[in-house]
Design a protein around this ligand. Structure first.
Ligand code: IPE
Ligand code: IPE
Ligand code: MG
Length: 268
């Protein structure tokens, strides 16, 4: 399907999306984004890296707005990895302050828009005050149903898997789980976001083609979309480009193209 590059603006987004969804697979239910490129975006303008992190907050807002509008059920944003502690102390400090500020300024709006906020990652490294604020925000929004917004903070895919293994081992020790019964499904239930639809699409901005220890378990059958755009420039149109690309793909999950083609659906 040709997507006219001259199409810009909200109505163009609507037109191109409905055109794509008519002919191709349905919209992703769960999208994750590795929001990369803040530092380079700022440095290109001769500014400090932290200026890029602040600008990145606007891109977070527009992505949430887009996901909410399109009816995507879950949006998972990589905000701070378990490896990002290795950055200069001042940058880590600013990132923590920014996280704190954004929580204060955005939670009411999220709640008003029927968005559930969920923070995934090892929170034991955060200050108790920040953890309480996160838990309060999660509690306030827990019954919201339009979109689940997961913020990955001090998150690592390997941590997620090890954490699940520890929890299942604990349950086995207490006799709640039989080792013979452990399956991909039952193990998966101990990983982050097992209550949400499976990950359909993983986007990485900033030009690098790697996973950087994000959602290792969950990305098993996700589609990947990489773009050069630096995160602060990732707007609704850019998000829409990624969704359109996704809608044109054939997801085979191990089967052949013929098996999953629409003509053969429902024929066993
Ligand atoms: C992503 O942008 C934000 C975080 C990792 C917190 P970067 O800060 O990694 O920006 P680049 O990749 O250095 O440009
Ligand atoms: C991944 O970006 C982490 C986040 C976006 C939060 P990084 O910039 O930390 O990734 P690497 O170090 O280039 O792999
Ligand atoms: Mg980076």
């Amino acid at each position: 399907m040709a997507i006219k590059s001259s199409m810009r603006g909200t109505s163009a987004i609507e037109d191109s999306l409905s055109e794509a969804s008519l002919t191709e697979a349905s919209l992703p239910q769960h999208v994750a984004i590795i929001m990369d490129g803040n530092g380079r975006w700022a440095q290109k303008q001769g500014k400090l890296r932290t200026f890029g992190h602040k600008a990145g907050v606007d891109a977070v807002r527009s992505s949430v707005r887009y996901a909410r509008k399109k009816g995507i059920k879950a949006l998972t944003l990589f905000a701070f990895s378990s490896e990002n502690w290795k950055r200069p102390k001042d940058e880590v400090k600013i990132l923590m302050q920014l996280f704190n500020l954004v929580l204060s300024s955005e939670v009411k709006k999220l709640n008003k828009n029927n968005i559930r906020l969920n923070v995934i990652g090892d929170l034991s490294a955060f200050e108790q005050k920040l953890v309480s604020k996160i838990r309060k925000a999660e509690d306030l929004t827990k019954n919201n149903t339009a979109l689940t917004l997961n913020i990955a903070a001090n998150y690592g895919g390997r941590w997620d898997i090890v954490n699940a293994a520890k929890k299942i081992a604990e349950d086995a020790k207490q006799g709640l789980v039989n080792i013979e019964d452990i399956s991909e499904d039952s193990f998966g239930a101990y990983t982050c976001m097992s209550d949400l639809p499976p990950l359909d699409l993983m986007i990485r901005t900033g030009g690098d083609h790697r996973v950087s220890n994000f959602l290792l378990w969950q990305c098993a059958y996700a589609e990947f979309y990489f773009c050069e755009t630096l995160w602060p420039d990732f707007d609704e149109q850019k998000f829409n480009d990624a969704i359109l690309d996704f809608c044109q793909r054939q997801r085979r999950f191990g089967q052949t193209g013929e098996q999953v083609s629409p003509e053969n659906q429902g024929q066993g």
